[in-house]
Design a protein around this ligand. Structure first.
Ligand code: UDP
Length: 454
């Protein structure tokens, strides 16, 4: 029986849509009706990627509103994307809520919005809808954002959010040490977009006060430093995909599931899984160096190469490389990552350290080779290498490239490291303990669901 109707509003990027969809599945399981709002652009991609072309939406109502950008504009340019949607989305969201609630049945009672869509809390309040804030990344990342006024006051940052001093910041014990040049809003792609991104972050520090509750896809033990600073942030993670019907309702690319049969044929703990999420781009030179490095390991590898992962590389080169490595290597355009990470043949995860990938690898007990690209991925790398100690850093040489020899050596060093092997087991157990009855995240999630039902 449906007891409440909740509107979910993710930030329009893959790594934000997926965890919000995972939360949606959880709400549906508890009898809550969910309407999930994508941008029109992402809505079309999700429908396109669905295996059954949307015939079975598992009780989730997928709807869309425009993002304010023209068809060919670059939605990977975060500054442009934010400028576009902040202009038009408030009006469309208001219209969507009004239209639904005037129909009289199953009125929207709650909005759960990504913290990055903090403007929506004022819209919801105006429409008499209650508000919850969902933070899909680490509590540490949110904590540092909330501390911006203090960092400016202490002259660590200038008024525009750029570092005023060259230093490693250790905000509190058990927080990831981070260099002042690697704060997320300054590492979000084209520096031209920084003022827009920094404004969004500081505006949201105020918008968040309109939310009745803040929940976060994380768990207490791995981030106790951040939760001690901001006890209002409630961890409910790691959120899990509903493997009964996978998380394909939130995917922008169709999954290539054929790799699962290939994994079945590999020896236990042998495969290097390489995936850099939905944004990372590699230069042609780096792509080739990584390819040869994987070849040098002599180990089987499964590598996700999205269609837009690199520019200038010829298909012939990739085909030839794969032909030469056909015994050992697979390249696919999008993996069923959660199933891959849970497969017994996977030995380690070479990752860009997006927060979802970080939690997914941790939950599955895999050691990491960290290769961050942008935004919060440097914090996540710091957690892995400096705080949790469940992985190693990939370092580039002076030319800015990670060489093939370095790739080979790091893979071997990681797999041979017994201390890391012990840590990954401990962290895996902690994650599952949190999700089971009595675990902090499990209890927080139950309370959150009950609040939605009020
Ligand atoms: N993902 C996937 N298949 C792939 C690569 C990634 O399903 O081949 C999923 C992955 O499981 C994760 C999300 O895409 O849930 C990526 O989010 P993350 O925060 O790791 O990185 P982002 O894409 O935001 O940089």
């Amino acid at each position: 029986m449906v007891s409440a109707h909740v509107l979910m509003l993710p930030f329009p990027c893959q790594g934000h849509v997926i965890p919000m969809m995972e939360l949606s599945h959880s709400l549906v399981e508890h009898g809550i009706k969910v309407t999930f709002v994508n941008t029109e652009f992402n809505h079309a991609r999700v429908l396109q990627a669905l295996p059954n072309k949307g015939s079975d939406l598992k009780g989730i109502n997928l709807v869309s509103i425009p993002d304010g950008l023209r068809p060919g504009e670059d939605r990977n340019d975060l500054g442009l994307l934010i400028e576009g949607f902040t202009k038009v989305m408030p009006g469309y969201l208001e219209e969507l809520i009004r239209e639904n609630n005037e129909k009289g049945e199953e009125k929207i009672k709650w909005l759960i919005a990504d913290e990055n869509m903090g403007w929506s809390f004022a819209v919801a309040k105006k429409m008499g809808v209650r508000t919850a804030c969902f933070w899909p990344a680490s509590a540490a990342c949110l904590t540092i954002m909330l501390l911006i006024p203090k960092l400016i006051e202490d002259r660590v940052l200038d008024e525009k959010g750029w570092p005023a001093r060259d230093e490693v910041l250790q905000i509190a014990p058990k927080m990831p040490p981070i260099h002042s040049s690697q704060l997320s809003w300054n590492e979000a792609g084209d520096p031209k977009g920084q003022p827009t991104i920094f404004k969004l972050v500081t505006d949201n520090n105020k918008n968040i006060e309109l939310a009745e509750i803040i929940v976060c896809n994380s768990f207490y033990e791995i981030e106790s430093g951040a939760y001690t600073l901001f006890p209002k942030i409630l961890p409910i993670g790691p959120l899990l995909p509903d493997l009964k019907f996978s998380k394909s309702l939130g995917l922008f690319w169709p999954e290539d599931t054929t790799c699962m049969k290939w994994l079945d044929k590999q020896p236990p703990k042998s495969v290097v899984y390489v995936a850099f999420g939905s944004f990372t781009i590699f230069s042609e030179a780096q792509f080739k160096e990584l390819a040869h490095g994987l070849e040098l390991t002599g180990r089987p590898f499964l590598w996700v190469v999205r269609p837009d992962f690199t520019t200038g590389l010829s298909k012939e080169w990739v085909d030839q490389f794969l032909e030469m490595n056909k015994e050992k290597g697979r390249i696919i355009s999008w993996a069923p990552q959660q199933q891959v990470l849970a497969h017994e043949s996977v030995a380690c995860f070479m990752s860009h350290c997006g927060w979802n990938s970080t939690l997914e690898g941790l939950r599955n007990g895999l050691p990491f080779l960290c290769w961050p690209y942008f935004v919060d991925q440097f914090y996540n790398q710091s957690y892995i290498c400096n705080v949790w100690r469940n992985g190693l850093k990939m370092e580039a040489d002076e030319s800015g490239i990670v060489s093939r020899a370095r790739v080979r050596d790091k893979v071997e060093e990681l797999i041979a490291n017994e201390e890391i092997a012990r840590r990954v087991q401990e962290l895996k157990e902690l994650a599952w303990k949190n999700l089971s009855e009595g675990g902090t995240s499990c209890e927080n999630l139950k309370n959150f669901v009950n609040l939605m039902r009020e």
